[in-house]
Unconditional design. Structure first.
Length: 300
């Protein structure tokens, strides 16, 4: 693989750090992919939970987030949630690099929930659909399940800061089927064009966005992008919350599409998305990515 182009101002030390970090990640991926599917998920989940998570600071950040949201929980329970979170992050990571085995497994799943019937009806009449989820369970599981049923589901992604890692990370998203578009003017243009043509698109909405309105999420104000709701209103698209919920065996999933969010205004609709995700997090706290900096100090 050719080295990606780096900005000329990129310091050598940072470039070297990116290169070495990516080499470590690629090594873990290659070792994992040599294993049977179930074993590889257990292996990478363990590595994230016990090595990468603590060393990279993800464990400490996740513990801080859980303590802020649920201060009444015991230290033992907080540690259980964070251990499960890190394990799920690792499993999700290697699942998404299992570009043949994971989609094949998800192809055997039957989508659940009222949103699936709404998606089918919209597809039949050429109405656009925006499928919205968070970093919960495995957000690619349901997309893979739907792509296997013939849906051309596109996605919008944010480039990773490490360009070496980003080069192969994007390829994993493309391997699941459906067009993927980078954030930015060119990517957004393709994303909107797909929507205008009555396509289906996936958006993840649960990361901090500077300047976005502060909406309630798990009882705390969190800057939340309104873009999914705004696009749904602008293009008369259904707005359907969906989730890939990991099951107790750590390998299988429920692919759930909830009822579409009624059209009203962007803030009301986005708050409904926050409430939907919050309910899932409360039901399965280990499955949300607590490692993100979702709440910023300036948010109170």
């Amino acid at each position: 693989m050719a080295d990606p182009k780096l900005p000329p101002q990129e310091p050598f030390s940072r470039r070297a750090g990116h290169f070495l970090t990516n080499a470590l990640i690629v090594g873990i991926i290659k070792v994992g992919l040599l294993m049977p599917f179930r074993a590889r998920l257990g292996f990478v989940g363990w590595v994230m939970q016990n090595i990468i998570g603590p060393v990279a600071g993800y464990r400490d950040r996740a513990l801080q987030n859980v303590a802020m949201i649920w201060p009444e929980l015991s230290e033992t329970r907080r540690n259980e949630i964070v251990a499960g979170c890190l394990n799920n992050v690792g499993r999700t990571f290697i699942e998404n690099y299992s570009t043949k085995a994971f989609p094949a497994r998800m192809a055997r799943n039957t989508p659940q929930g009222p949103g699936f019937a709404a998606l089918e009806e919209a597809a039949q009449k050429g109405q656009a659909v925006i499928l919205v989820t968070g970093h919960f369970g495995n957000y690619e599981a349901t997309r893979a399940c739907l792509v296997a049923r013939g849906y051309d589901i596109g996605g919008l992604y944010r480039d990773m800061k490490n360009p070496y890692f980003n080069a192969h990370y994007v390829k994993t998203m493309e391997a699941f089927g459906g067009p993927v578009f980078p954030q930015g003017r060119r990517g957004t243009a393709g994303f909107v064009r797909h929507l205008k043509n009555g396509g289906q698109l996936v958006l993840l909405f649960d990361q901090h966005v500077f300047g976005a309105p502060k909406l309630d999420f798990l009882g705390k104000p969190a800057n939340t992008a309104l873009s999914a709701a705004e696009l749904a209103l602008r293009y008369d698209a259904l707005l359907i919350p969906f989730y890939g919920i990991r099951q107790a065996d750590g390998v299988s999933f429920d692919a759930v599409l909830e009822a579409p969010i009624p059209h009203s205004d962007a803030i009301t609709m986005t708050q409904a998305l926050n409430d939907s995700l919050a309910a899932r997090v409360k039901a399965h706290p280990e499955q949300w990515f607590w490692v993100h900096t979702r709440w910023r100090p300036e948010e109170g």
